[in-house]
Write a protein that binds this ligand. Sequence first.
Ligand SMILES: Cc1cc2nc3c(=O)[nH]c(=O)nc-3n(C[C@H](O)[C@H](O)[C@H](O)COP(=O)(O)OP(=O)(O)OC[C@H]3O[C@@H](n4cnc5c(N)ncnc54)[C@H](O)[C@@H]3O)c2cc1C
Length: 451
Amino acid sequence: MTISQELAAITSVVDGTAASYLNDSTEVRGLHGHADAVVAPGSPEEVAAVLAWCYEHDVPLVARGGGTGYAGGAVPEGGVVLALERLSRVRAFDPLLWRMHVEAGVTTGDVRRLAREQGLMFPPDPGGAEQSQIGGNIATNAGGPHAFKYGVTGKWVTGLEAVVPPGEVITVGGATRKDVAGYDLRSLLIGSEGTLGIVTAAWLRLVPAPEAAWPVAAFYDNIAAGCRAIERVFGNGLEVAALEYLDGGTIDAAGASFPVGMPPRAGFLVIAEADGSAEEAARLRDEVVSVLGEGALAVSAPSTKEEVADLWRWRDGVTFAVTAQLGAKLSEDIAVPLDRIEEAMEETLGIGRRHGLPACSWGHVGDGNLHSTFLLAPDDPEQLARAARAADDLLAMALRFGGTVSGEHGLGLVRSGWLGRQWGPRAAALHTEIKRVFDPKGLLNPGKKVA
Ligand SMILES: Cc1cc2nc3c(=O)[nH]c(=O)nc-3n(C[C@H](O)[C@H](O)[C@H](O)COP(=O)(O)OP(=O)(O)OC[C@H]3O[C@@H](n4cnc5c(N)ncnc54)[C@H](O)[C@@H]3O)c2cc1C
């Protein structure tokens, strides 16, 4: 009997050759997976039964959310893919208590929409929200533009239901907003990229949505001028909700569709969003306009909700516009301390030049988080190999600057092996020991994160 046939007795089996379950957003850098079976359980108990079967038969298991990941975390190298899409129930929504209890397969976009309809906000806003799932966001501890003020996904999770080896459903935390009773297993599972357990449901914390949110976009000649403007936002104590940037190469790729026209020769763009009560947001926006205006080529401040939505929709599409330049790209998501961002942006371009690849960067600059990117022609193994070497230089630079090899996408497959280079030997060994405690057979997403 094949693995698919055996698992069919336990749960719902998807066509194992379905390519859509074998890749994620790393497909544009040439990563393709293969699996022996793809299953889509309909309950936590079925998830537990699949994991128990895998444990009994020594078969690896890869959890799969929306498949939007940028680290190859959901890309299988054989074994079973467990898709969470059928765990899509909202188990409870208590708007008056600012909380929601959802299954792992609910999309990020649906959580945010449901909250918004009741005047609330689930702040994490990763760009692939219509496809990514809350379980995937938790497994990667996803960020997004508004993480600058509101923090990353983990900050909004008060409890988790998860399936852990050899096949048991556990809950850590719950609807309680505070809990210091045990070791913080919730935080260990958050960001563990499917290597410690499979998240099946989560209790989420919400906040009242700000009454108003007004972004300001300011253009500069070059990286140096843009970085001075970013420093002034901090120096003037402006607590904006989002602080984003695009460098010149990114503007060249995405600028043509900027909603309100762009000054010629713009070499850097800063977007800062002021939010709060109507009065607070308007006051802060005026301050942001004034502070970003110094030394700017132009400042644009949308004044209607439609214009604001257009600006963020454009920002969400930047990654696709950059990919479209040559047909493929290799993007890293390093984060560095704020006093090193200018060097990191310049050195991204320098590394590209050294390896003969067009380079650019954009990202969540308030968090020091750069999406440093090398442009490629699709299916060119020689270029891909050069880009991989350029990426190694980039990750090494992040560590040299006291930063991290991943600010939000995780290590997955593409950055596996880097954990030991970022952390000291004992801290790296502790990671391996923790993995062994949760997953003694090493069957949960092998080769990822702690490999
Ligand atoms: C256009 C675009 C914009 C993006 N913008 C951002 C951004 O701003 N910020 C950001 O952080 N990321 C961003 N991303 C990356 C991606 O959306 C996030 O990493 C997201 O959290 C992945 O969720 P997913 O459901 O697609 O997970 P997948 O890609 O399916 O999986 C990601 C990892 O999580 C594991 N996993 C998935 N579900 C579970 C589960 N239920 N239990 C245990 N492990 C699980 C997988 O095994 C894998 O290791 C973007 C991606 C795209 C395509």
